[in-house]
Design a protein around this ligand. Structure first.
Ligand code: EPZ
Length: 430
């Protein structure tokens, strides 16, 4: 079983390039099912979740060729055989549910196992189904699977009870081939929604308003093939910036769209961290002393992203003073507190709030990653801590970060992936 060994204390310095966005690549890959012509997607990161989505598309009869070195994926969904991907794949990755819209639009039928909840929450799909039903889809639950049917989707006016990213994506991909116009209100406005809309428009879709809370989609009869490059990963960029700051170093993160990181940059400046937006889509970030604690509330975009909450908590654990983190998006996204506490962090959790009393220095300890971003938080804390940290179950990280330990090594981090725990390290837990 792999583990990550981190000898903390080295300030990170240097330049590192951000990869393409996981959360843009996954819906765009699913949307490729909407065309019978070949689609080429560039800038796709070589991640476990990307491999899983590729397997889902292949299970439906699409051909998928991925060149991880060129980060280029060729998808051809000329002939779609099935309407039901293997349940274990859907259970493995919630984003598999994003093929529902394209399947209903293209085949008028879909059968998907309910995506399981995960470490951060129950994660229902009621808003997806409600929006698609407004367009004429009919759903039934059969043996734990959702069966969907549609005799031709029709444009509709839909108001989302909550600006769900996934529901917005499924409704857009269903509406692009529907008869008539769909108006989606209280839509999610994340950059990944804009990227999906730009991808679909490059195939001949007629989508306007993406990035605002009101999106208009005029249905068209068919979509052609395209070549499209996905946006950089704003969450990976934020994680790397935080790595430079929490270790008291200075890093330059390249291939970033700083507009997508405004909530993080603003919050970092409040702590006293040095953050400078450079030309050519790069950001310099660092710190030379102990930072000030701040309060933080996660919100749908353009609020502070929930996907950077765990990593920011690691920084807050080392700041001067007390900061309160309020997690409003997911109901169980504080599981990284246990590992941070093992490393000496002083954090009290009270429902949706985490009260973080900063300490001068964390200390290395044996910890366990519980989920993707929680694992990233433990890694950041370990980089800043005094001594050795052993992170068990680091595979969560491979889902969303491409060879993160190698890229951190390039910045001077003493981190390595080992296949088993060295004898002298008895994992005592804490
Ligand atoms: C996307 O998940 C991202 N995943 C998540 O990133 C991200 O945290 C989330 O959006 C919020 O920004 C991908 O893009 C692949 P939601 P998604 O639907 O679409 C509730 C990461 O670390 N909800 O906006 O599942 C839901 O329970 C991942 O990269 C309903 O109640 O997020 C949650 O509390 C983690 N009913 C809230 O809305 C629904 O039908 C936000 O969920 C749908 C959602």
């Amino acid at each position: 079983m792999d583990k990550l060994l981190v000898q903390g204390g080295a300030p990170l310095r240097g330049r590192v390039k951000v990869n393409g966005s996981k959360n843009a690549s996954l819906p765009i890959m699913a949307a490729a099912l909407l065309s019978s012509e070949p689609v080429i997607i560039e800038g796709v990161p070589d991640l476990m979740d990307v491999q899983t989505m590729a397997a889902v598309l292949q299970a439906l009869g699409a051909s998928v060729r991925f060149d991880p070195i060129k980060e280029t994926m060729h998808i051809s969904a000329e002939v779609l055989r099935g309407v039901e991907p293997p349940p274990q794949l859907v259970q493995q990755m919630r984003a598999s549910f994003l093929i529902l819209g394209p399947l209903l639009a293209r085949r008028g039928k879909a059968r998907l196992s309910l995506p399981g909840g995960c470490a951060i929450g129950i994660r229902p799909v009621d808003l997806h189904l409600k929006g698609l039903a407004a367009m004429g889809a009919r759903f039934s639950m059969v043996n734990g699977c959702i069966e969907g049917e549609a005799d031709g989707l029709k444009g509709a006016r839909i108001y989302l009870d909550y600006p769900s990213v996934g529901a917005t994506e499924n409704i857009i991909t269903a509406a692009v081939l529907a008869r008539g116009t769909t108006i989606l209100e209280n839509a999610a406005t994340e950059p990944e929604i804009v990227d999906l809309a730009n991808f679909l428009n490059s195939m001949g879709a007629l989508i306007s308003g993406a990035g605002t809370t009101s999106i208009r989609i005029e249905g068209v009869s068919r979509l052609k093939g395209t070549r499209y490059k996905v946006i950089p990963d704003r969450i990976e960029a934020g994680t790397l910036l935080l790595a430079g700051i929490i270790t008291g170093g200075e890093v330059v993160v390249e291939n970033v769209l700083s507009d997508h990181l405004k909530p993080l940059l603003a919050k970092l400046r409040e702590t006293g961290a040095e953050v400078e937006e450079l030309e050519q889509s790069a950001i310099r970030a660092g710190s030379s002393g102990r930072l000030r604690a701040v309060d933080l509330k996660t919100l749908p975009y353009p609020g502070f992203p929930t996907d950077l909450q765990p990593q920011f908590m690691a920084l807050l654990a080392t700041c001067q003073g007390t900061g309160v983190i309020t997690e409003t998006v997911f109901e169980n996204r504080f599981r990284h507190v246990e590992g941070l506490s093992c490393m000496g962090a002083q954090i009290q959790v009270d429902g949706h709030h985490a009260i973080v009393h900063g300490v001068p220095r964390l200390t290395g300890a044996p910890v366990r990653a519980t989920d993707l971003r929680g694992g990233a938080a433990l890694l950041l804390a370990a980089l800043a801590a005094r001594g050795l940290t052993v992170i068990a179950e680091p595979y969560h990280l491979w889902r969303g970060y491409y060879r993160l330990e190698e890229r951190l090594q390039g910045l001077g981090a003493q981190v390595q992936r080992v296949s088993s725990e060295p004898e002298q390290l008895i994992s005592t837990g804490c």
